[in-house]
Design a protein around this ligand. Structure first.
Ligand SMILES: Cc1ncc(COP(=O)(O)O)c(C=O)c1O
Length: 404
């Protein structure tokens, strides 16, 4: 008789976006005359940049001819794309990363979920709280997180690093020593960042205690401030302790196209075993590569035209972020994020908890956001708005909130 992976049964239901959907649908059905503005989900809305579209068309045409047709992609990704990544995302920033340390994939969600496979089940993980849920849930599936306590919504074997207003939404070095540390900056959901000096402290700490930092840089393109690092490899010593995850979803609107990459430096070792070799083995065994067409589209992201067009696209979303941030501040809200990230994180007013504020906003302003408590216990009483809507809707939503 077969048995299932019982770790899956330990997963608490993820009701966040389904509960939001149900509440919004019920409200819309009861009030068909109301225009509901959705600033909840972290998906982009702007079309792909013209340079990307041209590259996609060109690659499709190549696939139509026997002489230029491509089948399976190389395990690590096409060299043209890995070279463009190494040149633009690393060499241009003074980071020592070579193309053969880059693994092209279909996005950062899969990589952030799969990366834990190359580590022992005995490793202890540390995560920020609130957190992008994938890091914790995939460790639950692997049996690494211990027992769930429904009251505190925490796992017995996970080290939580609270990120709240009191610490500027930046995690402190944990008291208990972790083996794997998940960091994401600019952060989803809080929109916060840390400086290069702060990140250097994490790198030094990881090297001291023998931990690996899994650094999610999915929102790197939104950084506007000078002292905020774009890559953990800007820090001294990171090659010996860090893995970095990147996505093309938010910098280039590839949420529906699917492309990402993971960097594992060859210096990152456990004894004499290289993590690069383990991930290469895993990638080669379980993954057959991002499509040629999509990798050509990814290459276009780094063309001069592509860069200019995507800078404008990011600026479009950040204009929304700025409007939300300033508007809510003017209205007396305690607000953060929105400067180096497309997320605005606000404190629910008048002692409301996250869900109470969700209902209040839906009913009184017809605006949908995401309750902070859905991202972890320290997210309670906070609320996330995203800058990914249209400018017109964003203005209307903020003006409605201001006039409450
Ligand atoms: C922190 C973080 N990492 C990764 C992802 C997923 O990226 P991708 O679309 O490349 O899978 C998201 C998506 O929202 C995210 O917020």
């Amino acid at each position: 008789m077969f048995k299932i992976n019982e770790n899956y049964l330990k997963l608490p239901g993820s009701y966040l976006f389904s509960t939001i959907g149900k509440k919004v649908n019920a409200y819309a059905a009861a009030h068909p005359d109301k225009k509901i503005i959705r600033l909840g989900i972290g998906d982009v809305t702007q079309p792909l940049a013209p340079a990307v579209i041209t590259a996609l068309h060109g690659a499709v045409d190549e696939m139509a001819r026997a002489e230029t047709f491509r089948g399976y992609a190389p395990d690590l990704g096409y060299e043209f794309l890995r070279n463009a990544i190494a040149e633009n995302d690393y060499k241009a920033r003074g980071c020592d990363i070579s193309p053969d340390e880059i693994f092209v994939s279909d996005g950062a969600k899969c990589d952030s979920g799969n990366i834990q496979e190359i580590f022992s089940v005995d490793n202890k993980i540390a995560v920020c709280d609130p957190v992008y849920p994938v890091y914790v849930d995939t460790n639950v599936m692997a049996g690494r997180t211990g027992v769930y306590d429904a009251g505190s919504e925490t796992w017995s074997d996970v080290i939580y690093m609270p990120c709240r207003l009191e610490n500027n939404f930046a995690p402190q070095l944990p008291k208990q020593t972790p083996d794997l540390i998940y960091l994401c900056f600019p952060n989803n959901p809080t929109g916060s960042t840390i400086t290069k000096a702060q990140l250097q402290e994490w790198v030094d700490y990881a090297n001291k205690v023998g931990a690996v930092i899994i650094y999610d840089a999915a929102y790197e393109a939104y950084i506007s401030e000078e002292d905020v690092p774009h890559s953990i490899f800007e820090c001294e010593g990171a090659r010996a302790c860090a893995i970095e995850l990147h996505s093309f979803s938010k910098n280039a609107g590839f949420t529906g196209v699917r492309l990402g990459y993971t960097v594992i430096p060859k210096d990152l070792k456990c004894g004499d075993v290289s993590l690069h070799a383990l991930w290469a083995r895993r990638h080669g065994t379980k993954y057959n590569g991002a499509p040629y067409i999509v990798q050509r589209a990814g290459e276009a992201v780094y063309s001069e035209e592509g860069k200019a067009q995507l800078k404008q696209q990011v600026a479009y979303y950040m204009k929304n972020a700025d409007y939300i941030l300033k508007g809510l501040k003017d209205a007396g809200y305690t607000v953060s994020g929105g400067i180096n990230a497309p997320y605005i994180w606000l404190k629910a007013p008048n002692g409301m908890n996250s869900w109470e504020f969700f209902d209040y906003l839906l009913e009184n302003a017809n605006v949908v956001g995401t309750p902070g408590s859905g991202f972890g216990p320290s997210g309670e009483t906070y609320f996330r708005l995203t800058a990914f809507g249209s400018y017109e809707n964003t203005i209307e939503a903020v003006d409605r909130i201001k006039s409450l």
